[in-house]
Design a protein around this ligand. Structure first.
Ligand code: CA
Ligand code: CA
Length: 168
């Protein structure tokens, strides 16, 4: 998967508190520096696979190539608690104490591989990860359609119910 970084963002507008973010396009890692009072420059491991980033007041956001968002730093208003299901995101941004994520219009129709249709390829993908949970090393979040942490029967039922759906 290509992991070219698409954006460089900055933290809080007051420059003396700003935490600047940059990135290396090769492996999609994030390099952060500056004010780190809330851990906003301490990118969580594994620091790879990011395709876009966003900066909040004292928190930072990274969008991964699998469509999930990683958020870290100050979390006093739950700005780092990405709502479930943490999948299907295509863009991310940070406000002073809030966060924003834009979803792929196809993310809720069972199109796990983002090719525009919920079909056999998605079923094969789901079945190849069936039984995996978020604590498992090979866990593939996009196959966890309901975002409850495991690729299981509700996800399979959901995909079968949406089978054949073409994305808008
Ligand atoms: Ca598909
Ligand atoms: Ca699930």
């Amino acid at each position: 998967m290509t992991t070219r970084m698409r954006a460089v963002c900055f933290g809080l507008a007051t420059s003396w508190l700003a935490c600047a973010n940059s990135a290396q396009a090769q492996n999609g890692s994030i390099v952060a520096w500056g004010e780190n009072s809330e851990g906003q420059c301490s990118v969580p491991a594994p620091n790879r696979g990011f395709v876009a980033i966003g900066g909040g007041g004292y928190h930072s956001l990274g969008l991964k190539g699998d469509g999930s968002i990683v958020a870290w730093g100050r979390n006093n208003s739950q700005q780092c608690d990405v709502p479930a299901p943490n999948t299907g995101f295509v863009a991310v941004a940070g406000g002073a104490i809030h966060s924003l994520g834009a979803k792929d219009p196809c993310s809720d129709v069972g199109d796990i591989n983002h090719d525009g249709t919920a079909d056999l390829a998605d079923l094969a993908l789901l079945l190849s990860h069936f039984g995996e949970c978020s604590s498992d090393p090979g866990f593939y979040a996009p196959a966890d359609l309901d975002g409850r942490g495991c690729v299981d029967l509700p996800d399979l039922a959901s995909l079968l119910a949406l089978f054949g759906t073409i994305c808008p």
